[in-house]
Each structure stands twice: as C-alpha cells, then as structure tokens.
Ligand binder design. Structure first.
Ligand SMILES: [Zn+2]
Ligand SMILES: [Zn+2]
Length: 392
C-alpha cells in the first residue's frame, strides 16, 4: 500500500499553491491556473485535455487492471480584497483565494505526481478533474457535458474541501447529505390599486403580502418533519407608492435551503399552493418564479463508510464526521452520476493564524494540511482502483 507522500511532492505542492494564491482568477477566467495545471501534468508525463473552457482533465493509467476513480479539484477564486497577511498574498486587487481552491488544485497535482510515480503498483485509472467556476456560475455541469466522466468512465468520485472547523491533520467524512441546496424564488402579488380611503373599490396587495409571509412560515413549521432541515426566508419585500394609495403590486424574494433531495423537490409545490391559496382568499393574483441553484451533495453511504474505515485502518488518517453545512457545492453534479464522496480537510491551526472561515478576507490556509490532503486523495484512488472499497 503506497500512500506515503515524498517530501519533494509535498514541497512542490506548497510551491504551486503559493503560485496560484498570488494570481487568483474568477470563474471561467482561470487561464493562468489552467496553464499551471497543464505545465505540471505535461512535466509528469500525464495525458490531459481541456474541457469547459478553462477546465482540465488528466488521466493517470495504472499498470495493473482495476476500477476507475475520479478526483476533483476546483480552481476559482473569489471577488474579495485579501487581508490575510500571508506572505503569498494575492497580487490582484479585489480577487482572493479565500475558499482554499488554490490548495485543492495544488493537492490534486500532488496526488497526480504520487500516483504517476507509483503507477507500477496502481490498479485501474485515475481521472483528474480540474474544475473552473465552482463559486459560480458552475463548472461541474459543463465538464460533465463535455464528457469528463466518460473516458474512461468514472466509477467513484471524490473531492476534498479545506475546513477550518477541523484541526489540521484530520479528515472529515460524513455519509448522506453534507451541504444544502440554495434555491431562490421571486413572487409578485397583483391586486388592484385605488384610493386609500376607498378600500372596497380596490384589491390591496399589502395585507395579502403580509398574510403570505406568515403563511409561508408553515412550510418549515407545520409541513416538514421537524428532524429534516429546511429554511424558507423572505429576504426582500417591496410595494406601495404613498400613504393614501392602495398598492396594486407587492414583490418579494426569498431563499429556500434544503439538504434532502426529496424534500427539496416538494418545496415548489408547497410554495405555489400557499401563495395561490392566500391570494385567492384576498382576490389577488400571483406569479412565482423558482430559480434552482446547485443540488445538495449527497455522500454515498456505503462508499463513505468503507473509505472512512480504510482511511483510518489502512492509511492511519484521523477521521471524524463533522455535521453538514448549509453551504453549496457543485461537486453535487459529479456525485449524482457516480458514487461520490465530498471529504473535509482540517486546516484549523491557531499557531499559524488559520482560524477564519472560508470567504473571509482574513482567511488563512495552514499548509501543514497539504500532505494529509494528498495522501487522502491518493488513498481514495488506490482503494477504488484495487477494490479495497467495494462499489455498489
Ligand atoms: Zn467557496
Ligand atoms: Zn469552496
């Protein structure tokens, strides 16, 4: 079992992480990052192709027969002014790797290097998925549509995301849904305008809107299993002209967060029933638009359990099961098409100031975590390849 990471590989990955960190690029603008990935894969003698504009797919082919795994890293940065004090801080004003995707890319390159180096004992193939635009508008689907999972066909897919909730050196593996779908809705309530002193000649959209806001609380409070996770928030409400005019239109927008795909699917129907029912009671009309974001990532339960015990017992990695978050992640699309595993990589280290959550301008990444991340990715590829982790 070869899951050691050479000092060389770890040092090189840290160097690459710093290089990417200094030159952050937003979604679908990752031209420099793409060039770094291609440069490194070419130097390692790993075949690669471009997909989805700024994405790269590489393939490491083991010398021994076996299964095909996929390892995914995202490459994009955020529109944030860096204030971390790190020596390798962003050299681009208004852009920062504040979610750790620089480290994700560097660790996948490190794993590629180790897998290629130990190819003689590697079963199966490993598809390296370097993905653009995770923070938006989403690079996973364009990669999948370009055939990134098809040649060779990926049988199980994994990713790591750095996580400041966990101490450096630990890995988080939680079965089932591990984050949330973030969907958005826009509602217009139409009544009939009129004089504020003659309500009987109008249809007032404002009390209808007020009743609608209250009634929508029932989706979470009365219509959902209390042990399930759902949030329905009305974030904006806008209507009316002046104190003595009856409003003919009120517009509202809100967000729906869910972790369970079945629950998510049912929310739009509940929203429509409540909104239309309340409007009918007031004699008003509605139009409701749902805008769906990324689905929740659902970690395959069997794969999660099998790899968690493999990582602990065979590789000696400390594994915990952190609670899910309500964030979004378009790795979900890969995990819908093959058994998937979104793992967390601990980076919390007070001594290094790595204490801030992702998306903070003060976010700092403890590079001590990088060798652990590389070992985890290599272990996943090897365990899937030789069948140590059985696939359903
Ligand atoms: Zn992020
Ligand atoms: Zn992220």
């Amino acid at each position: 079992m070869s899951t050691t990471v050479t000092d060389d590989t770890a040092a090189r990955a840290i160097e690459i992480r710093r290089e990417i960190h200094r030159h952050p690029e937003l979604g679908f603008e990752e031209h420099n990052t793409q060039a770094i990935v291609e440069r490194e894969l070419s130097a390692l003698g790993i075949e690669h192709r471009r997909v989805a504009a700024t994405g790269v797919v590489g393939v490491v082919r083991g010398a021994l027969p076996g299964h095909v795994s996929g390892l995914r890293a995202d490459m994009d940065a955020l529109p944030i002014n860096e204030d971390s004090g790190e020596a390798c801080s962003s050299q681009v004003a208004g852009k920062m790797h504040a979610c750790g995707h620089d480290a994700h890319t560097a660790m996948l390159l490190g794993a590629a290097r180790e897998l290629q180096r130990t190819r003689d004992t590697l079963h199966g193939s490993v598809v390296l998925l370097f993905q653009p635009a995770e923070e938006g508008p989403g690079g996973a689907l364009p990669m999948i549509e370009a055939g990134a999972m098809d040649d060779p066909k990926i049988e199980a897919v994994a990713m790591l995301h750095v996580d400041s909730r966990l101490a450096t050196g630990t890995i988080g593996i939680t079965p089932g849904p591990v984050n949330a779908a973030a969907d958005e809705f826009h509602l217009t309530i139409r009544g009939k305008g009129g004089h504020g002193a003659a309500p009987h000649k109008a249809i007032d959209a404002i009390p209808c809107a007020a009743a609608t806001v209250l009634a929508l609380q029932n989706i979470a409070a009365r219509e959902t299993d209390p042990l399930s996770t759902i949030v329905v928030t009305i974030g904006t409400i806008d209507g009316g002209y002046r104190n003595n005019v009856i409003a003919d239109i009120v517009k509202m927008s809100g967000t729906v967060r869910t972790q369970d795909p079945a629950l998510r699917e049912g929310v739009e129907a509940k929203l429509r029933r409540i909104v239309d029912g309340v409007a009918a009671a007031y004699g008003a009309q509605t139009s409701l638009e749902m805008l769906y974001g990324y689905p929740p990532v659902v970690n395959d339960p069997a794969l999660s359990a099998a790899f968690a015990s493999y990582a602990q017992e065979e590789v000696g990695l400390p594994v915990s099961a952190p609670p899910p978050t309500m964030g979004g992640e378009d790795f979900a699309y890969f995990a819908q098409r093959a058994p998937g595993l979104m793992m967390r990589l601990g980076i919390y280290n007070e001594a290094r100031g790595s204490v801030h959550a992702g998306h903070s301008p003060q976010f700092r990444l403890d590079e001590e975590a990088i060798p652990t991340g590389i070992r985890t990715l290599v272990a996943f590829a090897r365990a899937v390849g030789d069948g140590s982790v059985p696939l359903a």
